[in-house]
Design a protein around this ligand. Structure first.
Ligand code: ATP
Length: 802
């Protein structure tokens, strides 16, 4: 049934509840892919002009076919784990909208300008601390990895050298396997049993957090500790991982910790910076922390700022940009000072980041090389999408079959053993001997090479992956045999694909750069052998382009990655080739699938809001997207009903309306109150009937900040039977002027409002300001554009309970 106009009443719109998708051919086609059992909570009755309701209805099974799908009420699906077409109900949102309630106004009135100056000063100071601490953590990670790796590879070299003559090569092989397995087991045990969210690089989690999704435990100190130990273990354990990605997560945790002046893990409240205890302030600091992390990892302060801009653009403003830039600069500078001193030349300041590409002093390019770079970008996009596809399949397999923690640890340990076996096998079987003197490693191994020669394959394996990237960039032409590089590329590509997603802390940047550098160098060497007299073919230059293409094809970050690589290369003249390569890699990769981080985010079912509203959705109205009937509370509400609502519903926000006799009638919208606020009110017994008691306490905004960010559950709040009869006046505590939309607003309008302002709940009202529905992040995140091989459509995701 078609809707004739936008002023159609909610009830008539409701009849049109059919899911549609719009394919590129312009046809409407049903695209609900999941046909599982659908459960909807709440009665389906509507008031004449809208739908607020009481909440006593039982769950009812509504439909199992797509055409009968209900809209406007919480739809839960029982779905199989590991699906891209589901969002999970377990993820809550952050609230970026400031609650301008009576308590906030009161604080502003009493504290005045002095308070504003103090707050600003504190903000800059915190950003300074974030930059310094993030850099110091990066230094600890770097120095520990360097020292431990040095010990490991030096002793392995000694064993290999000895055993070649004594014919006992199985000894260094076993030592290598064990020295891989032990650190990886430690890191993996910590991740699997202590803090699973510390697995991986943490970039997807930080991205979600900046987007406005509350990721449980993502910014806790415990997570940071596990992350730091975990990443050291993974790199020392010889996995195909890097330490750079996790720095972004570490910076975010540092920022969240410092800015709040308290630690939930240690149950310590330093009673400082209380005025920053709200989602919106905390998220600003976290974006600064993430930027400082990028700056420390890659020596790229501008790249750090752009990373935060790209991932959290919805809340950007100039003063925040400055502060984030400040944190990034401080981070790069601190890291530089410490690492330069550690390496014995304190005045030099030549260690801007953890990832050191080495100096590309004479790198230049000719105009006719640009098409080659573009083709390499396309190859990177192809390889990246292949990597993402294989990793996606593997992750789904893991989600479905590897549940037990011990199994996760076993898999990680197995990969560690396999990595050593692979390295050893390549060293043993590939006879790639080069004359000593141009050896790129501090531990050159002779193996079966002649006197005065070293094994070039061993040189790649007997060092950290970062050092290998540097070798491929800077080794003189002819340092590696083509066959060794081909074999290395194939195996390392597959190995890094298997490794990403293990239950260990690990970064993906370095393995991608290394794989790309390998095939890039191959391209360079190939061209050098075809055109031996040309002076412009430098394998190192092509290794750099290949590395950028591969990384761009896997992660698909655009502007920030370009700047990060330009800053890490330290050569602005090579900016254009890098930009061309990365753009081409992204375009090619996007043709087939999404970036690896987005795939993992979708697999976790996070309700991430994309940059843009779904295309061709101006014909969809707020009344089609919203939930109804709405569970509302009266301005003056009985404690019994509040407790009942909180216990029987999972919602986190409730429109506050004028009281009326008949609950089926729509009621005038007065404001919005959060579950957390109601809990604090109940906990502190702010009841009208006990006013004389709490009046002496003067309920203030401090009461709410003290509880932030972890509130009690309603089951933990103690309310006596006597108190159940009392009432609470919600007006001083609710947000009296939240954003609302008319039910006739289009989906793109609702989306933009939500995305730009970082909202959590958006009330939908009718012409007479009565609540007819409510829209939350999940209602919008359910509409997702899919692209596949040039085709495009809109799909409507299901919400799963898990
Ligand atoms: P969040 O989880 O983002 O912090 P929330 O828990 O309040 O917010 P969601 O979990 O996003 O809400 O909501 C799940 C579904 O319930 C959505 O479809 C939403 O529209 C609906 N919903 C949210 N609040 C209410 C309410 N007060 N009355 C009725 N439906 C609601």
């Amino acid at each position: 049934m078609r809707i004739s106009g936008r002023t159609a009443t909610f009830c008539s719109v409701n009849k049109k509840m059919r899911d549609r998708s719009y394919s590129s051919s312009g046809e409407e086609e049903p695209l609900i892919r999941n046909q599982n059992k659908i459960i909807s909570y709440g009665a389906q009755e509507n008031c004449p002009s809208g739908g607020s309701t009481s909440i006593n209805a039982d769950p009812v099974i509504l439909a199992s076919s797509e055409s009968q799908l209900p809209k406007g009420k919480y739809v839960l699906e029982t779905v199989e784990h590991g699906s891209l077409n589901v969002i999970s109900a377990k993820f809550e949102s952050l609230d970026y909208d400031i609650c301008e309630n009576h308590l906030l106004l009161e604080e502003e009135r009493t504290k005045g300008y002095k308070f504003i100056v103090k707050k600003n000063f504190a903000r800059w100071f915190i950003f300074l601390l974030i930059g310094m601490l993030t850099a110091l953590i990066a230094c600890v990670i770097d120095i520990t990895i360097e020292e431990l790796s040095h010990i490991k590879y030096k002793s392995l070299k000694n064993y290999v050298d000895r055993c070649i003559s004594e014919n006992c090569l199985y000894i260094p092989y076993l030592i290598w396997v064990i020295s891989n397995m032990i650190p990886v087991a430690i890191g993996s045990l910590l991740v699997a049993y202590v803090e699973p969210i510390a697995a991986g690089s943490g970039i997807p989690q930080v991205k979600c957090y900046l987007n406005g999704v509350k990721m449980p435990r993502v910014v806790r100190i415990k997570t940071l500790v596990v992350k730091v130990i975990g990443v050291i273990s993974s790199v020392v354990g010889g996995l195909a991982v890097g330490k750079e990605g996790p720095m972004i997560h570490s910076g975010a945790v540092v920022a969240a910790g410092i800015s709040q002046g308290k630690s939930s893990t240690f149950r310590r409240d330093l009673r400082i910076f209380k005025y920053f205890r709200e989602d919106h302030e905390k998220r600003d600091f976290v974006s600064g922390g993430a930027a400082a992390g990028v700056a420390a990892a890659f020596g790229a302060p501008v790249g750090g700022v752009l990373f935060s801009l790209e991932e959290g653009a919805s809340f950007w403003n100039q003063s925040l940009t400055w502060r984030i830039f400040f944190a990034s600069i401080i981070s790069t500078f601190t890291l530089n000072v410490v690492l330069s001193s550690y390496h014995g030349h304190p005045g030099d300041l030549s260690y801007a980041g953890l990832l050191n590409f080495g100096k590309f002093e004479n790198i230049s390019y000719d105009f006719f090389e640009l098409p080659i770079f573009v083709i390499m970008g396309a190859i990177g996009g192809l390889l990246g999408s292949l990597f993402n596809h294989i990793n996606y399949k593997l992750t789904v397999f893991r989600m479905r079959n590897i549940h037990a923690r011990w199994m996760k640890v076993m898999e990680a340990v197995m990969v560690a053993a396999f990595s050593a076996t692979l390295g050893f096998g390549m060293m043993y079987f590939l006879n790639d001997c080069k004359p000593l003197g141009q050896d790129p490693t501090s531990n050159p191994i002779q193996m079966y090479c002649g006197d005065g020669e070293y094994n070039a394959v061993a040189a790649i394996w007997f060092q950290t992956p970062e050092a290998s990237v540097r070798s491929l960039f800077h080794d003189p032409p002819g340092s590696h045999k083509a066959v060794s590089v081909v074999v290395f590329f194939i195996f390392y590509f597959l190995l890094s694909c298997w490794t990403y997603g293990l239950s260990v802390s690990s970064g993906l940047f370095i393995p991608s750069l290394l794989t790309g550098a390998a095939w890039g160098r191959l391209v360079g060497s190939g061209m050098a052998s075809i055109l031996p007299s040309s002076g412009w073919v430098d394998p190192g230059k092509y290794a750099l382009v290949g590395a950028a293409a591969q990384l761009g094809g896997v992660v698909r970050m655009t502007i920030s990655l370009t700047v990060i690589l330009i800053e890490a290369t330290g050569n602005i003249t090579f900016g254009l080739p890098l930009m061309l390569t990365l753009i081409m890699a992204k375009w090619t990769g996007d043709f087939f699938n999404e970036g690896i981080y987005d795939i993992h985010i979708q697999l976790s079912g996070v309700p991430l809001l994309p940059w843009e509203p779904p295309p061709l959705s101006y014909n969809m109205y707020a009344s089609e997207v919203m939930s109804h009937p709405v569970v509302t509370l009266n301005t003056v509400e009985s404690v019994r009903r509040i407790v009942h609502v909180l216990k029987s519903e999972t919602f986190n926000g409730f429109p506050v309306v004028d009281p009326q006799g008949d609950v089926k009638m729509c009621q005038t919208f007065r404001g919005m109150i959060l579950r957390s606020q109601l809990i604090v009110l109940l906990k502190n017994k702010i009841f009208n009937e006990s006013a004389e008691i709490w009046n002496c306490k003067q309920p203030s905004i401090k009461m709410f900040r003290d509880e932030y960010p972890r509130y009690l559950t309603i089951q933990e709040v103690d309310v006596t039977e006597e108190e159940m009869k009392f009432t609470v006046d919600l007006r001083p505590f609710m947000n009296p002027s939240p954003y609302t939309v008319q039910h006739s607003a289009s989906l793109p309008r609702v989306f933009r409002l939500f995305r730009a302002l970082g909202l959590r709940h958006l009330a939908v009202v009718n012409d007479t300001n009565e609540v007819t529905g409510i829209v939350t992040r999940k209602d919008l995140a359910r509409y997702r554009v899919w692209r596949h091989r040039g085709r495009m459509g809109l799909e409507h995701l299901a919400i799963s309970e898990k």
